[in-house]
Design a protein around this ligand. Structure first.
Ligand code: ZN
Length: 501
């Protein structure tokens, strides 16, 4: 038996290292690779990803899992060994259904689509991206058909990012949210002038913005000995190996929120990865539970901490000292209200907490329509704009601020967007639970101390890696399933006070 365990772990470790090698190539592609390197990089990524796929789906892994199955059946559900076999089997079954040639094709196409997206976005020219998106939609439909699905084609792709969650569940949660959000947005919309955020649009020196963000995330616990931060068009977090969790951000000289909140957001992701226990290293368990759970961590640090009154009570005087010319006559209370201003905007990553989920509903519905062939790729700009008008009350002036704003479709990440909304809901469920368990957390945040919160997150969420699904983790940590109630209550209380609604 011991031999089988060590053989399985040896094979899984090889996959783990290959995945990180691929992450290095991907990180470089996004940060420092010159444009003409794109063709070769696409080939390199395709080859590495193909070998990774072949290593993980080798029949020998299936035989080892089968041999160990009875042994772990007697172990507790949350034991490392039982979880390793359960989660590896789940991944294995899923990947075995898709031919490696298709995975390779998607990888290659995504590199080309990414370059096309980068060219299309600045000039807002959807036609440059369109043929790549058409190809990608066809490839994703093929992939979904290989994976199989119980009800909607979307289920197959959603399940890759959020195991156990169905399209049906997401539709139900969005209906719940809509019911409460739409009246709230309406009530706030009548009082938009109660909050002035002009102070966020001064000339903010880019280097000083960068340094301020670094100072804050170091306090949050981001370890620059085990990571680094670089600039990219679209911020992300990536783990390149044990002890190497990198984040990227973008900086806007004339808008404070862009760099600061993307930095705190990505830091939240990074803390999750940095706090995974080393005992799970080299296995499929050494990762976040799911994308939704990962997003709960980034939103928690970005919004529940970074947009709180407690946080700015401590940090605002420090920010004022860095940008005295812009902020001299702005009070901490005014600044807190400014960073929480509700304003229907076109760009998802800059959306406020109240309207954010409307951006996700738009994409979720459009993706379903593309996969079910109810909308053609050529019709995407028009369909996007119609939904933006319906949900956000305005039509984007161009595709760069509409359907070209996100990188996800270039990567073939269909089924991914709902995880953002699930993460929003879960972030509040977790944060409320953390405050029940450690009532000093708000007072600590008001003193610029974050260890209490960080330790609670590590103990209750991070240390489990991928042992539990989103729903299992929600029930285990909060005693309740994933639901929209705490999120809606949080929005009502916070924005009710700010807008007097
Ligand atoms: Zn995120």
């Amino acid at each position: 038996m011991q031999e089988k365990w060590s053989e399985l772990r040896k094979r899984l470790a090889q996959v783990y290292h290959l995945q990180h090698a691929s992450a290095v190539l991907g990180w470089d592609q996004e940060t420092y690779m010159p444009p003409r390197g794109a063709g070769a990089r696409a080939e390199q990524l395709a080859v590495v990803n193909k070998i990774t796929h072949e290593s993980f789906t080798a029949p020998e892994i299936g035989r080892l899992l089968a041999a160990l199955h009875d042994h772990v059946a007697k172990l507790p559900y949350d034991s490392d060994d039982a979880a390793l076999v359960r989660v590896t089997q789940r991944d294995y079954d899923k990947l075995r259904r898709v031919p490696p040639e298709l995975i390779e094709e998607i990888s290659r196409e995504s590199s080309l689509a990414l370059e096309a997206w980068k060219r299309a976005r600045p000039g807002s020219d959807f036609r440059i991206f369109q043929p790549h998106l058409e190809r990608m939609v066809e490839l994703k439909i093929q992939q979904a058909n290989y994976l199989g699905y119980p009800e909607r084609i979307y289920d197959a792709l959603l399940d890759q990012y959020e195991p156990g969650i169905t399209t049906h569940q997401v539709v139900a949660i969005f209906q719940d949210l809509k019911k409460d959000l739409v009246p709230l947005v309406k009530a706030i919309s009548a009082k938009l002038d109660r909050v002035d955020d002009a102070c966020l649009y001064g000339e903010y020196d880019e280097q000083k913005q960068w340094e301020f963000g670094v100072q804050v995330i170091k306090q949050f616990g981001y370890d620059f000995e085990g990571g680094r931060q670089d600039r990219t068009a679209h911020p992300f977090t990536t783990r390149l190996g044990w002890g190497d969790v990198r984040i990227t951000t973008r900086v806007d000289k004339y808008f404070f929120n862009t760099a600061f909140f993307s930095t705190t957001h990505e830091c939240g992701h990074a803390l999750y990865d940095m706090n995974l226990p080393e005992t799970l290293g080299g296995t499929p368990l050494a990762d976040g539970a799911s994308l939704g759970v990962h997003e709960s961590q980034s939103r928690l640090w970005e919004n529940l901490v970074g947009r709180s009154r407690d946080f700015w009570g401590y940090y605002y005087p420090r920010l004022q000292a860095v940008f005295p010319a812009i902020l001299r006559d702005v009070t901490a209370a005014e600044f807190y209200r400014a960073v929480n201003r509700v304003k229907p905007s076109f760009i998802r990553v800059e959306a406020d907490e109240v309207t954010y989920n409307l951006h996700i509903m738009l994409r979720f519905e459009l993706e379903n329509d593309l996969l079910e062939r109810k909308v053609k790729v050529a019709e995407v700009p028009e369909a996007w704009n119609a939904k933006a008008q319906a949900y956000l009350g305005a039509t984007p002036p161009n595709d760069a601020q509409g359907c070209l704003q996100d990188i996800h479709w270039a990567f073939g990440d269909f089924g991914y967007f709902p995880t953002y909304s699930l993460g929003n809901l879960l972030s509040v469920q977790f944060f409320e639970q953390a405050k029940r368990a450690v009532p000093a957390i708000p007072a600590q945040i008001a003193r610029g101390e974050f260890a209490g919160l960080r330790d609670w997150l590590r103990e209750n969420i991070h240390r489990h890696g991928r042992k539990f699904t989103l729903d299992e983790l929600a029930r285990r940590v909060t005693g309740e399933p994933l639901n929209a109630k705490p999120y809606v209550a949080y929005l009502r209380s916070k924005y009710g006070e700010i807008y007097g609604v």
